[in-house]
Design a protein around this ligand. Structure first.
Ligand code: PEP
Length: 253
């Protein structure tokens, strides 16, 4: 682990789970379990309503708080939306952008991903930008083409300095919440492809500095195998991040 060129990131995406009370209980149990975990960056992304409570409960620890989505405008008549400035006000340092559930159910496109990513960076947040193919796309042998479209569409307009501040998450849609994890080899192959896309669009140096997280049914029993791959720099964890013990076991892979 000490030999890694890139510092690992383990991030939890709570999706639409947990009230403020439940968030506080999570941190009470989770904090002691990761108090000595200095080998990676730890992020928890609660729903909007629990952000401030989570930030308060994480205060004084190394755990970073993230939003699960944001609007690209600073403020305005956008009912139901939350801006980067509001996320920061609630205690966030990170924001997940372009999660496949946002793409699938809420009309997120590569273009909105690009606008949100730019706005997040301008506000000082670290975006965790998600890309990944569906099962039909993988079976049609279109994985690399889809990753290229999402990568270039979402990140192509960033400056080199902006690109150096993002985190990328490869999340094959067929592995999210299905219990069907990509094998470490399948994930590493996609990460390698993404790194090549990064080198083509930016520089080789920037591509090798990019931290790429894998997401899709990561659990305590499969994290070690995934993290053994040189191109896998961390994980974005859904279901298993809701339980303090299982998320801590993943952090302490
Ligand atoms: C996710 O929500 O990003 C995710 C990977 O979910 P799960 O770990 O439950 O598959």
């Amino acid at each position: 682990m000490e030999n890694r060129a890139r510092r690992p990131v383990i991030a939890g995406n709570w999706k639409m789970f947990k009230t403020r009370l439940e968030a506080r209980a999570f941190f009470e149990a989770f904090r002691p379990l990761v108090a000595e975990s200095k080998h990676c960056d730890i992020v928890v992304a609660p729903p909007f309503t629990a952000l401030a409570a989570a930030a308060e409960a994480a205060r004084g620890s190394a755990i970073g708080i993230g939003g699960q989505d944001m609007h690209w405008e600073r403020e305005g008549a956008f009912t139901g939306a939350i801006s980067a400035r509001m996320l920061i006000d609630a205690g966030c340092r990170y924001v997940i952008i372009g999660h496949s559930e946002r793409r699938q159910y809420f009309g997120e496109t590569d273009e909105t991903v690009a606008r949100k990513t730019k706005a997040a960076l301008e506000s000082g947040l670290t975006p965790i930008v998600c890309v990944g193919e569906t099962l039909a796309e993988r079976e049609a042998d279109r994985t690399n083409e889809i990753l290229k479209r999402q990568f270039e569409g979402g990140l192509g307009a960033l400056t080199a300095a902006e690109f150096s501040r993002i985190l990328l998450a490869y999340e094959p849609v067929w592995a999210i919440g299905t219990g069907r994890t990509a094998t470490p080899e399948i994930a590493a192959e996609a990460h390698g492809h993404i790194r090549k896309l990064a080198a083509a669009l930016f520089t080789l140096e920037q591509a090798s500095a990019l931290r790429i997280l894998y997401g899709g049914s990561v659990r305590p029993d499969n994290i070690k195998g995934l993290m053994a791959q040189a191109d896998i720099d961390g994980a974005l964890v859904g279901g298993a991040s809701l339980d303090a013990k299982s998320f801590a076991a993943i952090v302490n892979f």
